[in-house]
Design a protein around this ligand. Structure first.
Ligand code: CAA
Length: 378
């Protein structure tokens, strides 16, 4: 018999250490700041630095929850839509950086922002059929739409890592409904540097799929995939019973500061809710709605288990976000230009090296990405 008591045992998050305030973006783009901060609902966006990428962000997010379990992880699923290679999985680099045991399945998973949820469900099935084994699921993305585009205000960067196991100490996963519907709302063909986006269609498609698979019962807590904070308001309105304003606000707490992190954004919303909760949510059911353009969606629920508060790190996450350094528009544009050129380069060396990062990209040499660990910080 399968053990159905399977779910997330621990979860963590990382975002880069510099950000752009959207007031500065609004001024530069001759847009009322209220459009960005009220109409879109975002405050800031995290920016990727030259020595970071989806692999280093994933390693930063995963390190604390993987430590001590290197020998029991049999599956690594790396969900991203900001892949750095069409062939080699980013998880292979991550596997080495984290020092995981070699007899491990390592795959990159893609379906826009839904891939992490699909990976989580596959990891759950893996754990059910491989007693004693655990799975690592990471979601790591750089949301980059290009300068002066409608999507520019909805950018961000960050990673989520989740350990999946039997008898989890954070939350049990209960499946509900998945759905697929072929749409051209957001896609990035191989020849294109940034996604091709029909923003209005993407919002309609998101709401349509949510209406088709939404929860049958009213739920007090629901987290949504959050490309921008006001999308959650729109989503909440489609539920049988919209969320209370204070709950809705709590689900956006970190996302408003970080921006869209694509695959990780639903799980960052969960961390926002849990980190700001005024009471212990042990035993509560949390609805989760995952959406990936193209389009796929899945609604499922989590049951928070006893002791969940020691299986995530609200203080570390808050410090990561509040300690970020603000940069100006010129620096933002430079960082984005470097990001775009790095991902097209056969050879690349960052123009500065970090001293506060545990993992970093040292160079790309003939397409081979060379990563380093800062042992003093591990
Ligand atoms: N004060 C207050 N509010 C204002 C305002 C002002 N001065 N000016 C405008 N607004 C409001 C508008 O009324 C509008 O609100 P409603 O949606 O409630 O009508 C809101 O600000 C946004 O204004 P626009 O619709 O005019 O904004 P836009 O045309 O520039 O596009 C966007 C907004 C579609 C979200 C765009 O940023 C975009 O394309 N983003 C990327 C795609 C995206 O995030 N899609 C979401 C669903 S797809 C998905 O979820 C997957 C994913 O991660 C990408």
């Amino acid at each position: 018999m399968f053990n159905h008591n399977v779910g997330i045992d621990a979860i963590h998050f990382y975002t880069p250490k510099v950000y752009l305030d959207l007031a500065d973006l609004a001024t530069a783009r001759l847009t009322p700041v209220e459009k960005f901060k009220v109409g879109i609902g975002q405050e800031k966006m995290s920016l990727i630095e030259p020595f970071e990428d989806i692999v280093t962000m994933a390693a930063e997010a995963a390190y604390d929850i993987v430590k001590g379990r290197e020998h029991v992880i049999g599956l690594v699923l790396f969900a991203t839509e900001s892949g750095v290679d069409f062939s080699k999985a980013a998880g292979v680099y991550l596997h080495q950086l984290l020092g995981l045991q070699p007899h491990c399945r390592v795959l990159e998973v893609k379906q826009a922002c839904y891939a992490a949820t699909g990976a989580l469900m596959l990891a759950k099935d893996y754990v059910m059929t491989h007693p004693g084994q655990q799975a690592l699921v990471v979601a790591s993305d750089v949301a980059w739409y290009g300068l002066n585009t409608p999507g520019e205000v909805t950018q961000g960067a960050g990673a989520i890592a989740m350990m999946v196991k039997e008898n989890p100490r954070f939350a049990i996963i209960h499946e509900h409904h998945a759905i697929v519907d072929n749409q051209q709302d957001f896609y990035r063909p191989a020849y294109h540097e940034v996604p091709i986006v029909d923003g209005k269609l993407s919002i309609r498609s998101y709401k349509t799929l949510l209406q088709q698979i939404r929860f049958n019962l009213p739920l007090e807590y629901v987290c949504f995939h959050m490309p921008f904070a006001v999308m959650s308001d729109k989503a909440s309105e489609t539920l049988i019973q919209p969320l209370k304003p204070e709950v809705l606000l709590a689900t956006k707490f970190f996302n408003k500061e970080v921006g869209n992190i694509y695959n990780g954004s639903l799980y960052l919303s969960l961390l926002s809710l849990l980190s700001t909760a005024t009471k212990n949510l042990m035993g509560e059911t949390i609805g989760m709605f995952s959406y990936g353009s193209g389009a796929t969606a899945e609604a499922f629920t989590l049951s928070m288990v006893e002791g969940y508060t020691s299986q995530f790190y609200p203080n570390k996450i808050t410090t990561n976000i509040t300690a970020r350094k603000r940069v100006d528009m010129a620096t933002y544009e430079q960082l984005m230009a470097t990001y775009a050129s790095k991902e097209k380069s056969l050879n690349f060396t960052p123009n500065l090296m970090p001293n506060q990062h545990r993992f970093y990209l040292k160079a790309i040499v003939q397409g081979h990405r060379q990563y380093e660990k800062n042992q003093a910080l591990l």
